[in-house]
Structure formats: structure tokens, C-alpha cells
Write a protein that binds this ligand. Sequence first.
Ligand code: ADP
Ligand code: GLC
Length: 477
Amino acid sequence: MKKILFAASEVHPLIKTGGLADVAGSLPRALAELSQDIRIILPNYQSIKNTEEVRFISSVRVNNQDANILETKLPDSDVIVWLVDCPALFDTPGNPYVDESGNSWPNIADRFTLFCRIVVEVATNRAHLDWSADVVHCNDWQTGLVPALLSIEGNKPATVFTIHNMAYQGMFPESVFSDLNLPRQLWHPNGLEFHEMLSFIKGGLAYADRITTVSPTYALEIQTPEYGYGLEGLLSHKYDILSGIINGMDLNQWSPETDTSISEPYGIDSLEKKIINKTSLQARSSLPVNKSVPLFGLISRLVDQKGIDLILDCLQEMVNMPLQFVLLGSGDKSVEQKLLDFARLYPKKISVTIGYNEGLAHQIEAGVDIFLMPSRFEPCGLNQMYSQRYGTIPIVRETGGLADTIEDALPKSLANNTATGISFKQATPGALLEAIKRAILLYSDKKSWKKIQTAAMKKDFSWEKSAKQYLALYEEI
Ligand code: ADP
Ligand code: GLC
């Protein structure tokens, strides 16, 4: 049994802005089911939603700052969660990264430096918890300083650093390094320095014992200039400790048979009931209720990564096609406005909801026929997996985890019943439109469509397989 400290900046259902929270809320559960002693650690944000009891268990002083450790449980599980409580830094409205107006926290480097320092104290049994870690599993730049700080400790646990997204690196001016009072020996080009800037993610990449990312294809892509954001050299140098482990999905939350957020549960043997979810989604989205029109959906952070510009470029042609489109997302303000403008012009074709809405996300997965995910890059992506579980056919660009989890509907895969989606290669509006037309054509052939749905719903996206791969990695180090 390994003692694992799992550090992340967001954990579902306590706090979530994207897929990292889904992973941090479900991988530890899967590791606990493999009988590991796993503890999750995250900051005690004001916006945390918790249904479990919380109790104070210790206080720690580090770099002249005080923090409390609060203990709670991951809802409906026995997994222990430690909340790093420092009201001066975390007791503010907004989300972990931005304030209520969407501006990055000016003190974001201070916030996550304190968090990393406390993770180190906890991992090395200096937080009065009578527990020390064998392995610290860090996730994304917010935890990047942990492997760096541990590298200068004597008796240190092993470290794994998982990259969920190379596009976010936690870069700050050199002066921030001094202001944070970080150990001077970490400042060099093979350490935290990146072109005279402080790079949090480099702390993970340069010092962790193992680096993973969330799909095998993305593990290769980030070793190239197109996806590596200047760190491709370091990553290809580290290729022997770098691997891709595909994310699983939380079947307790994302199963159409038991989903309490949707109008009518259904499964592979009662697929005909999916239509009830379609008509109620159309009704709640103020679209004409029409069982036979192909209904498209999208749920996403509205940022460049997700290929939203491709969608915007296609919308004018899409409204001339026989389809409807339900979109839920938030992010880039100008994208939000363009989408809303379009929906106002074509209310019978497009419904746009700006904001974050978990219930609606489930209703979209259950209600739509086709899910759009034309990402420019996608480390793993979860919605294409959720879609497949719900018999909703994803259209994806062939990149990262999308390439690893979708079998394109081509004559051969259709003939041998392995097709589960539609994919396209070029990140261009033309290629996306072709894929949309292909989907509409396939949808009109009810027999083929049902075959694709069935193959998609049968796929195994459970966490168990991936959790075992992480465990093998922990055992290696
Ligand atoms: P990323 O982490 O890059 O945003 P993923 O596909 O890994 O992409 O995960 C996104 C997660 O966030 C999914 O669970 C998705 O359903 C959820 N999500 C994204 N935007 C919204 C939204 N506006 N409302 C509800 N859920 C959302
Ligand atoms: C990131 C990636 C997404 C991935 C998620 C969880 O947010 O953008 O592709 O699924 O992390 O690993």
C-alpha cells in the first residue's frame, strides 16, 4: 500500500472550472478502491461547495506565513481531503484563478506558492498530522513548485507531475521569484528559470521523478514546437520519464442509466428513451420540438484551445442546414457576445447559454444527437467520453486524447462495428463543415447510427485501468 498525497488546484464536487477537477475528484477514488492510502490536498477557497463535515486538525507556519489544515472527506467516499486554509489568500469570491470579473488574481503566484509550501510540509510530516507521503502526485502549474522544493529536502518522497494542459505554465517576472523568497539554488535554466522568467510548470518538469500527461498522443505532441510552447526541448530530453495515461470518467456521475439530472434515464437496451431527453432539451432551450432533426451540442470553456473560432466561422452555414444547436459555455467575452448575437438572429436554430451549469451539461449530453469538440489541441478531453457513454456521437478534431478515444466512422470501422464518432484532421472551418455534413448524412441512416451509438456506449472508459497504470508508476519510483 502506498501513501499518496494528491495535490490539485480544483477537485470535483468541491470546486471545478474544467476537466482537472473531474480527474482530481475521481482518480483518487479509483486509487482508494485499489486499497491505497490516498489524501487529496487543495486550497480552502471561499467558493468551495462541501456537503461533508469539516474540522480543524492543525496549523503550520512556513516562510513567515500561517495556514490551517482542515480535514473533510470527498463526498460519498472515505477519501480524506485536506484543505489549506489561509483566509488572507483564499477567502475571496471568484474562482481559483480569476476574480468575479474574470481578471487573473494579482497575487496568484503568492497563492499557489503558499499552497506548494504547505504541500511540502504535509508530505514530509512537518504539519503535525502524523502522516508522511511515499509519493506526491502533483497536477498542473499550480503545484509545480512542489517537486522543486522537495528536491532540496533530505528525506523526500517520490514525485509525479501530471500535465493536464501545457498552455498554462504559471509564468511570472524574475522579480516575483525574489519576492516569493524561493530558494536561490532553484534559479537556473535547468530549474525554475525560463528565458529570465519564473516558470512554475518547470518546477514539475525539471524536478519530478516521473512526468505524465493525460493521453499517449498528447505525450508525443508536447515534444514538438506546435504543442510544447517552448518546453518541447526539455520534454523530449525527458522522454524516458514521460508517459501518457488516458483519463477515465466517473461512471457514478456520468451514466445515462442512473443520471438524476436528466429527464428520462436510458441505457443501451432502452436507447429509444433517449428521444425523451432530446424533446425536453429542445423545449427548455426554446427550440422547436422536433424528434427527427439532428440536434448538435457543445459544452465548453470558450477559449482558443477548444476551436470555438472554427465554430463561429461555420455558424452561418450551419443555420442553413437541417439541424439545431444547443451550446453551453463561458470564457472569452467577445466569443460569448458573438454567440449570443447569433442565437438572437436564429432563435429557432441555435440556443446559447452563457455560464456554468452542471445540470444542463448532463441534459445536453443526454439530449443531443451529436456533440461538437473541434479542439485545436486537447490533452485528453472528457466530454467526448461522456458523449459516447450517452450514445451521443462526438465530432472531434484528431488531436491528443480525442485521437486516442474516438474511432472515426469510415467504411471499414462501420463494417466491423467499431466506429464511435467522427473525426477530422485540419483545424479549418472547411474540414469541420465536412465533418458536420458527414454526421448529418450518417444520422439519416437510422440503422448505421444505432450501430455507432451502441459501439460508443459499450466502450470502457472506467478509471480502473488508468488508476492501475498510475499505481505501477508509483511502485517504480
Ligand atoms: P477542459 O478541462 O479543457 O475544460 P475537459 O473536456 O477535460 O476540458 O473537461 C471539461 C469539463 O468541464 C467537463 O466535465 C465539462 O462538462 C465541464 N464544463 C465545461 N464548461 C462547462 C459549463 N459551462 N457548464 C458546465 N460544465 C462545464
Ligand atoms: C485539461 C485539458 C483537458 C483534460 C483535462 C483533465 O483541462 O484541457 O483536455 O481532459 O485537463 O485532464
